[in-house]
Design a protein around this ligand. Sequence first.
Ligand SMILES: [Zn+2]
Length: 380
Amino acid sequence: MWDTLPDAARSIVKELIIHGPQSRTALAKTLHLSTGSLTRLTKPLVDAGLLVEREVVHDPVNGRPTRPLDVAAAEHRFLGLKLTADRVHAVVTDLRAEVLAARDEPIADHDPDAVCRQARRLLDELSGGAGALVGAGVTLGGNARAATHVGGEQLVDAPFLGWRQVELRPLMERALGVPCVVTNDVAALAHQHHWFGPGRGLRDFALVTIGAGIGYALITHDHLMPAAEADLGMFGHLVLDPGGPPCPEGHRGCAAAYLSSRSIEMAAALALRREAGYDEVMRLAAEGDRACRVLVRESGRALGRLIGIVATISLVKTVILAGEGVELARVAKDDLDAALTEHRRGLPGSVEVVIESDDFREWARGGAVVAIQSFITGSD
Ligand SMILES: [Zn+2]
């Protein structure tokens, strides 16, 4: 049934997933459909159990009692996975990407088949047999590349896992028994923020992630700007100050030199004359440790300049900051804002900066979101 669904029906489901339960008259108005068409389109979806009718309320449009339509969110489960060089992060979510269960553990064996078997075991442990699994999404970061084969199959290169031209999707689909999507982790996070986060309802915004690497994604006219992994990789090495410190790849004053966790840890080790992890550096800076404070403020200013460049070139008014290193934006918020305002030629507030969660599970949740989107829109 789902494969042959008209686009209008898919739009109804998407609207209900993103914006919550609504009366038929409100839905018809939003989607420019007649109430007759809406009833005809939604009936098979209600019969199939994807849509449900909620308790009677008074319709906000015409005041009549009505039973709002909603998606049967809890009855549809999705698996999201994020693979790093040494760990697999897994979440099971409902149809609105609410995390129902989560776990992360070391990757026991880097062989693609073994990783798929591990995914299957994680799924069994996390779902506990409840709810039907509908789809899965796997996200990869770093310099993973997905190319399309002549035969149409996507081939994944993930040097950090030792993978070259791996047909991950069919392997994962065999292991899990449901359709699977494989995608870039920052792109998946952008989709997540667009449907379920602060980007909900926005047609245009940019996402910048900071952590082990520096990531970037752009949503424009409601769609993710497609980009090659190699081009995305350039973003983290955008030069912010040609006289700045070098990054591990040797560029002077690039974004990674100021913002990557490793760069900040290395600079802190020099200043403190001992090793210190990223979280500790942020905590020390927040508590007023002078050396860490100087370092973190400089990185905060660099982040403000980077956001300014992003907003000015892509013409967005909202920049969402995420990733496991996002605490920097909180600790050095004043410096970030000052540098951004300076870059925007003294127009404070001309760009809204939204600081998101640094929970690493968000990356796996992004995987679940691309699976949900694939299920709803019928594409991959
Ligand atoms: Zn660099």
